[in-house]
Design a protein around this ligand. Sequence first.
Ligand code: ADP
Ligand code: MG
Length: 292
Amino acid sequence: ATPLTIWAALGRAAQHGVLIRDSRVLETLSRVRQLFFDKTGTLTTGRSTLQEIVCDPDSGADQLILQRAASLEQGSEHPLASAIQAAAQAKEIAIRPLDTFRAYPGLGVSGKLDGQDIVVGSWRLMVQQGLDLSEALRCERERLDEMGLTVVCVGWAGRVQGLLGLAETLRPSAPLAVNELQHQGLALQVLTGDSAACAKALSQQLGIDVRSELLPHDKVQAVEMAEAKGPVAMVGDGLNDAPALARAHVGIALGCGADLTREAADVSLLSNDLTQVAWTLALARRAYRTIG
Ligand code: ADP
Ligand code: MG
């Protein structure tokens, strides 16, 4: 490609709200054949809605479960955190100040509230923290899981006290984007920390392979393994998937409109339109086909 074609392509991309860091990124993009997606906040809007609260008969009430979960989540920037806080706000539940806070990437959060240690997150985090799950809650967890909901456990005093079932909304552009990318012959896979059941629902919806229950470092490893076969691009929101984005030959972050400080990304999409990923790959290939 001539410098002129490259500059033209970079300029064209910018006009479309796609910021490509430099011409090397464009060149790599033109050779990419494998593409990974993050799930939450990427293929889904990240605006989940709370569908169900389940509480253990002697834990108090749904209200307390939600209040404690929402209070813990004030320290988290995870998309699930804002969904849980929004649900509490809608029910006019007051959020309590935290004494301590800790985030476990890909798992959840913990902290001290009103003198009580509380853990909020995946089942795996509950096991890790040594919390028990009653038989009744075990059944409920399976039921929510099979509905394709993301299940967030809320635990204190040595056991899981309640469950929150959240539904994520697929981005409207996701099905078309997946279709276009498959047409371009790319190998696609979703990497998620969510449960196998949730992954299965997404996989059926989009017709795409999904790998579930991955921690942030498992996602990095999946990208690394794929890189042995050629250039890899990873699409994420740059919030809770930054390590995998940074590891991929090309990290593509969407929704950067208001926040161009996501430095992990080689390509920043100003919008949330996933079809721009397919558009950008096609643009890169066209620019480098002119080499002759
Ligand atoms: P994804 O791969 O879908 O983007 P993450 O890796 O960010 O998901 O999170 C994986 C799982 O960890 C979530 O499905 C949830 O169960 C749990 N989790 C992570 N962060 C939080 C949080 N702040 N609050 C509650 N649960 C969380
Ligand atoms: Mg994510």
